[in-house]
Design a protein around this ligand. Structure first.
Ligand code: SF4
Ligand code: SF4
Length: 293
């Protein structure tokens, strides 16, 4: 369809069609926000309309990623790397094509990964919060959806005006049982499994109303602890090789199977922000959705 020729659209009907399409293509949840909501949180240059001029709406699709079976694997790397199917990306691409082909409005996938430098142009975590799909948690700031807990998010920017979802009124984290556990022992389940005062990455506090009053996440330590492949294993091995004074031993390390694999892993590296997911394995939110026979 010619983009200059916009057909008459009914925002309510388009919204319903887009949501139903996204769910049928593998999304578990869909939320839609107007672009104005970003102005309170991000600087100029990072607004949705800076990425797609004229953008009116942000459609966010969340999917569970690892299947319930993958969560059962005792090897968290198998769960994290092989458990993905990126259903959220697949659903998002179909939604973008649907908008352009059937309604004649521009649509594109929001850049959730860096296109230059180290920071992505757009935060999918913020997009999920602003479209009413979840709230920030004490576990590495992961956005928890009230039904599913951890989800993976993709977003579509579009010039198409739609009907919008409200943000969640209630915080998902901490869950009521986590508040009780915190009151009794000073740590929630996620903090207990990865405590910052004992080699881990998480700390936090809960106020009298049961809300997060302070949270701490050591991202660098999380990367170091949780990732032992790709760039991170190369960096670890390089540190050890550089510190080794015995030349013969250094040669062995350089030619070792581990270093060889680390070098070759860099070229096949899949970007992933740490996460062994032990903090999510113990999180009660969404656990019932992963219980199967
Ligand atoms: S992903 Fe693993 S290392 Fe990172 S915060 Fe969670 S439990 Fe800790
Ligand atoms: S275990 Fe889950 S719900 Fe409980 S405090 Fe941690 S992230 Fe929040």
């Amino acid at each position: 369809m010619n983009m200059d020729v916009k057909v008459d659209i009914n925002p309510g009907a388009c919204t319903a069609a887009i949501k139903s399409l996204a769910l049928s293509m593998g999304g578990d949840v869909v939320g839609i926000a107007p672009v104005e909501r970003w102005r309170e949180y991000v600087p100029d240059g990072y607004l949705p309309e800076d990425i797609l001029p004229g953008a009116k709406s942000v459609i966010v699709v969340g999917s569970r990623g690892p299947s319930a079976g993958a969560w059962q694997s005792p090897n968290h790397r198998i769960m994290e790397v092989n458990g993905y199917d990126f259903a959220n990306d697949r659903a998002l691409h179909v939604v973008c094509d649907h908008i352009e082909m059937n309604y004649g409005y521009y649509a594109m996938q929001a850049p959730g990964l860096p296109v230059a430098g180290h920071q992505p142009k757009m935060s999918m975590m913020l997009a999920a919060v602003l479209s009413g799909l979840g709230t920030r948690s004490l576990a590495a700031n992961i956005i928890l959806n009230p039904k599913y807990g951890l989800l993976y998010y993709s977003a579509c920017l579009t010039t198409l005006p739609l009907e919008y979802d409200d943000r969640l009124e209630q915080d998902v984290c901490p869950a009521p049982m986590c508040v009780k556990i915190f009151r009794a022992g000073g740590k929630t389940p996620c903090m207990a499994v990865c405590p910052s005062d004992d080699g881990g990455c998480l700390d936090g506090d809960i106020d009298e109303d049961g809300k997060i009053s302070f949270s701490y996440f050591d991202r660098e330590r999380c990367v170091h602890r949780a990732m032992n492949f790709g760039i991170n294993s190369f960096q670890k091995a390089m540190g050890e090789i550089a510190a080794e004074e015995d030349k013969d031993r250094r040669d062995v390390m350089i030619n070792s199977d581990f270093f060889n694999r680390s070098c070759s892993a860099i070229s096949h590296y899949k970007e992933s922000v740490a996460q062994c997911f032990e903090c999510m394995r113990v999180c009660p939110v969404g656990r019932s959705e992963r219980k199967l026979k």
